[in-house]
Write a protein that binds this ligand. Structure first.
Ligand code: GDD
Length: 414
């Protein structure tokens, strides 16, 4: 077996719900639990036997991933990781088809496809084992979600004894099943024949662009879900592998905080040496906390649980941080309190001030306002925001470069 992997990283226009943080970093590179979102995907892929190549496919500028790729090459010398750029958004299967020659180079027999905007334990080795035990062309990672949120996802109806998928419906209007697609797939390479068939079915919609490439008239997109998975289920070639571990989507900026907590908990179980510990004369650490080695934490500060502290951050005496991500070069002055928040790069949090949100709502929630009011959620400060001493910022989203001189609540500060 000689599998390859693809991570669908999307492109800049898709990061809008991730604002204001996506103004400064593309969503796939936003740090959770101390490393970029897609590093968690790569760490899981690195454990798949014989997997040597990972292709990131998206429509960001080439330069966006250059330094990430250099770091990844150092960390995983045995993996060949590259970025392939779509000339425009081609849809979730359009890039697979467009770059089929690159993907099939070296004759892989299987391809993992992972959405960049999901977080889970990526049980890829177990998925592969399950895949090799049936006659399907694709195994899809599935999970159970609450009934009222199921129709935000691709829904699956499967035979309980064989895991063969009988129906696949993308974001159905009425309830079909609470077993949903996690956006993680393993395909046999024969899938490219199915994509070809799917293209032929769309024949009337296919035309050739000025470079001789096939494009589709309906928004120039080939959709993995509707154009491929649905027919695969109809022809009984789709199977599901259900995970009982955690799974989350990362759509809004606020969703990064619970995801940070889940990855930190995982790290606490698997590699506690990578996390902060209580030491004599050191700050008080509660639960899973990641502190970058260059950060300066006052011994009288208290951090955790669910906290990630980025490079060159300074946390002052008596400060309290929990359920939060503090990004690079932030200066937190003494006795400040940060709860359920993301603090953007180079921000300054004054003495005795509070920056706080509320725990993120259901994991499928992507709305920021309801009836014109800001929904209770994580507070987010964009890059270079300054919060004056003794100020309270509660349940707000603050755009970059703002100087907050008085308290605010339930606002989007533009
Ligand atoms: N390269 C590339 N990537 C894309 C494109 N469009 C989307 N993506 C990437 O594909 C993933 C899916 O994005 P969406 O199209 O926004 O779909 P969704 O609403 O998240 O729903 C999908 O994922 C759910 C699981 O998170 C599934 O449940 C659902 O069925 C569906 O597959 C994301 O990682 C996104 O960056 C594209 O044109 N090109």
């Amino acid at each position: 077996m000689n599998p390859k992997a693809i991570i669908l990283v999307g492109g800049p226009s898709r990061g809008t719900r991730f604002r204001p943080l996506s103004l400064n970093v593309p969503k796939p590179l936003f740090p959770v639990a101390g490393k970029p979102i897609i590093s968690h995907h790569i760490a899981a892929l690195s454990k798949v036997e014989d997997l040597k190549e990972i292709l990131l496919i998206g429509f960001f500028e080439d330069s966006v991933f250059s330094s990430f790729l250099q770091d990844a090459a150092r960390e995983y010398p045995n993996l060949h990781i590259r970025y392939l750029r779509e000339y425009q958004s081609l849809g979730t299967a359009g890039g697979l088809y467009h770059f089929r020659d690159e993907i099939l180079r070296g004759n892989p027999d299987q391809v993992f496809v992972l959405h960049a905007d999901v977080a889970c334990t990526f049980p890829l080795v177990a998925m592969k084992k399950a895949h090799e035990g049936h006659r399907g062309l694709c195994t899809i990672l599935g999970t159970r979600v609450p009934r009222d949120s199921a129709n935000n996802f691709g829904c699956l109806v499967a035979k309980p004894d064989t895991n063969e998928v009988l129906h696949y419906v993308e974001k159905p209007e009425t309830f079909i099943s609470n077993l949903i697609s996690c956006g993680v797939y393993l395909f046999d390479c024969a899938i490219f024949d199915e994509i070809r068939k799917s293209l032929e079915n769309k024949k009337g919609n296919v035309e050739t662009d000025i470079y001789g490439r096939e494009v589709f008239q309906d928004g120039n997109k080939l959709r993995l879900e509707q154009d491929l998975l649905r027919p695969l289920a109809q022809s009984r070639k789709l199977f599901v592998y259900e995970t009982k571990d955690f799974w989350r989507q990362i759509k809004t900026a606020g969703s990064a905080v619970p995801v940070n907590g889940l990855y930190l908990e995982q790290l606490l179980q698997a590699s506690p040496e990578k996390l902060a510990k209580n030491t004599p004369g050191g700050p008080e650490i509660v639960g899973a906390v990641y502190i970058h080695p260059t950060a300066q934490i006052d011994p009288q500060a208290k951090l955790g649980p669910n906290v990630s502290i980025g490079p060159n951050v300074s946390i002052g005496k008596g400060a309290r941080v929990r359920d939060s991500i503090v990004l690079d070069n932030v200066d937190v002055k003494q006795n400040a309190c940060i709860l359920h928040a993301i603090i953007g790069w180079n921000s300054k949090i004054g003495c005795w001030s509070r920056v706080e949100g509320t725990p993120s709502a259901a994991h499928n929630s992507t709305a920021v306002t309801k009836s014109g009011l800001k929904i209770q959620s994580i507070t987010i400060l964009g890059k270079e925001v300054s919060v004056k001493d003794e100020t309270i910022i509660r349940n707000c989203i603050v755009l970059p470069h703002k100087d907050l001189k008085s308290s605010c609540e339930n606002e989007i500060v533009m």
